[in-house]
Design a protein around this ligand. Sequence first.
Ligand SMILES: [Zn+2]
Ligand SMILES: [Zn+2]
Length: 173
Amino acid sequence: MNGSVIKLDLNELTLRGGESYEHTFPLEMAPIVVGGESYHVLVPNGVTVSVDRVAGGFLVGISLVACLYGACERCLREAALEVEAKQQEFVPTRRDGWDESDLSPFIDDMVVDVGALAREATMLSLPNRIVCSPECRGLCQTCGHDLNMGPCDCPGEPLDERWSALEDVRFEE
Ligand SMILES: [Zn+2]
Ligand SMILES: [Zn+2]
């Protein structure tokens, strides 16, 4: 599935100073890959774009709520996550005097790539780890048992190599 292509031409809005525009577009977003896992993304309420005509250019804002579905990083069961994403970009009407790196890569010649901007904002809003719940106990490192279902039969804490070397010394004595 590819994401929606939504292009918004700021010049076509014919906004005068102090005027603004707001519109909500339905949005489909291609899956997002985090830590090698692919997450399916739904944006049930679409993406809301606002444009304000300000001195020297436009302020373009987007906001959306994205629902991600995929494997929990710890236990691999299905995790569902809701993120709120917002981003705002200033688009100068005259590009001279602006460094290319100060300008949004998602706005080319006054045309806003709404789908790409929404995707970027969503990526930036993701937590570092996607888990089924903050209390998820994950899988046993030794046998792979899902520790959310109860403890496994593995003995004690998983041993760190440095400590097992010390244990060997103790047994010899
Ligand atoms: Zn989990
Ligand atoms: Zn185990």
